[in-house]
Design a protein around this ligand. Structure first.
Ligand code: ATP
Ligand code: MG
Length: 411
């Protein structure tokens, strides 16, 4: 730092930090001198008073402790810190305030021949250092303005870092949650895969023992077929999950009749509903509604909703499937009178591996992938799916809205 005072051009080119706005007639930049020597106070006061254009006010902290507390309280815009403070030094003070997590724009004032302390001062977090003997009002002003600018930049940076850290913490929480659900899923999957094994082994044993009783063998074979079908469905679901998460799910879309799609979903799910003792009514328009769809995947959407309705509705309950056309969209609703869904969980049920009540649904089986698959498939058909429920015991309603290409009169 040269001893030459800035020229007028330099002075005009100096950045105007927040302190500069404060250094207007409205509010001067407040400066605190931390120095135990009353003579230095008088001298510094004169220097500050001589700064051209004014804009600075000076206070005095005559001890180490008073200075430290002032910096930590953020009492002033800028701090001039003397190197010698009784038995201690300004460097020690800087280190102490930083250890306490306080930061302020501090300029260290050094005596003659203390140039080795300069580096020490910067390392300890001082914004600048000035040799007292060579000080002029212009030099002092320049150093203070630069310190203010630096301080503002540092504060902005800190703010940004804090924001980023908060964002990262949120992402981290979300990842942790996904991870937790994945763990839960693995355990569910283990149970789901093991459950059919015991009856299958059992059935095989019975078949071995009853080889001469064709009726028993036939009955057992049917049971085995059911169990194997269940396992097959599970494995298919799993493969679909991996297709969802890796983005490899592909559709073959072609002009398709929505009526037929619903019909085939209803046929797929009818046995499940009957087994659950749930009565189904279907109400679709007589007109043929066409859309661009992958008929197998779209049927999977509705049969998934129907299977859920069967699973989460007690025997004796009702399920209705309705379809209606409005403008260029069709809405298909699957409504049941079952256990319902608590409001706070409604937004989550379409997430992979989400199951509302683990204990309640455990007996029902499933992996918590059905609705995630439904949502993905509907979105791939440029549609939306939503769920409504008035809470536990109040039934649930799922609405699928799809763009259509036409409506033809009944055949
Ligand atoms: N019709 C419904 N009534 C009440 N709750 C439902 C209904 N449909 C879904 N849910 C809730 O949403 C959760 C997620 O459904 P989803 O179909 O994704 O999984 P699942 O049925 O448990 O298992 P999977 O479909 O993989 O066999 C279910 O576990 C259940 O708690
Ligand atoms: Mg399901």
């Amino acid at each position: 730092m040269g001893p030459n005072p800035p020229t007028d051009a330099e002075r005009r080119a100096l950045p105007r930090p927040p302190g500069a706005e404060r250094g207007t007639p409205h509010r001067p930049v407040s400066v605190l001198l931390i120095d135990d020597d009353p003579d230095d106070h008088v001298l510094t006061k004169e220097l500050v008073g001589d700064i051209r254009g004014g804009g600075f006010s000076l206070d005095w902290a005559p001890s180490y402790e008073a200075g430290r507390d002032a910096i930590c309280a953020g009492s002033h815009d800028i701090y001039l810190l003397d190197y010698r403070l009784g038995a201690r030094t300004g460097i020690e003070l800087l280190e102490e305030v930083h250890a306490r997590g306080c930061f302020g724009p501090v300029i260290l004032l050094t005596g003659q021949g203390q140039s080795r302390t300069d580096l020490e001062a910067l390392n300890a977090g001082a914004y600048d250092y000035l040799e007292k003997s060579g000080l002029t009002p212009a030099l002092l002003e320049r150093a203070m303005r630069y310190a203010l600018v630096q301080h503002r930049a540092a504060a902005e940076l800190e703010h940004k870092v804090k924001e980023r850290t908060e964002e990262l913490a949120k992402v981290n929480d979300a990842l942790r949650e996904v991870n937790r659900r994945k763990d839960e899923f693995l355990s569910t999957l283990g149970h789901e895969l093991r459950n059919p094994l015991a009856p299958i082994l059992n059935g095989l044993e019975i078949m071995r023992l009853a080889a001469d009783k064709p009726e028993t063998v036939a009955r057992q074979r049917e049971r085995l077929e059911r169990q194997v079908a269940q396992m097959t469905r599970l494995v298919e679901d799993l493969l679909d999950v991996s297709r969802i998460t890796t983005g490899k799910l592909r559709l073959t879309r072609e002009p398709t009749s929505l009526n037929e799609v619903i019909e085939s979903a209803v046929e797929i799910s009818r046995p499940t509903l009957e087994k659950a003792g749930v009565e189904m009514t279907v109400d679709v328009p007589r007109e043929t509604v066409t859309l661009l769809a992958d008929r197998v995947r779209l049927a999977q959407v509705f049969s998934n909703l129907l299977n859920n309705a069967a699973k989460y509705t007690e025997s004796g309950g009702k399920v209705s499937v309705t379809a209606a056309v409005e403008g260029d969209r069709a809405t298909v609703r699957v409504r049941d009178t079952g256990v319902g869904i608590p409001a706070e969980l409604l937004p989550m049920i379409f997430e992979l591996f989400t199951q509302v009540d683990q204990t309640l649904n455990r007996s029902q089986g499933g992996l918590g992938v059905g609705l995630a698959l439904v949502r993905r498939l509907v979105e791939m058909h440029d549609g939306t799916v939503s769920a409504k429920s008035d809470g536990r015991g109040a039934g649930a309603e799922f609405s699928v809205v799809l763009p259509i290409t036409g409506v033809a009169p009944p055949r």
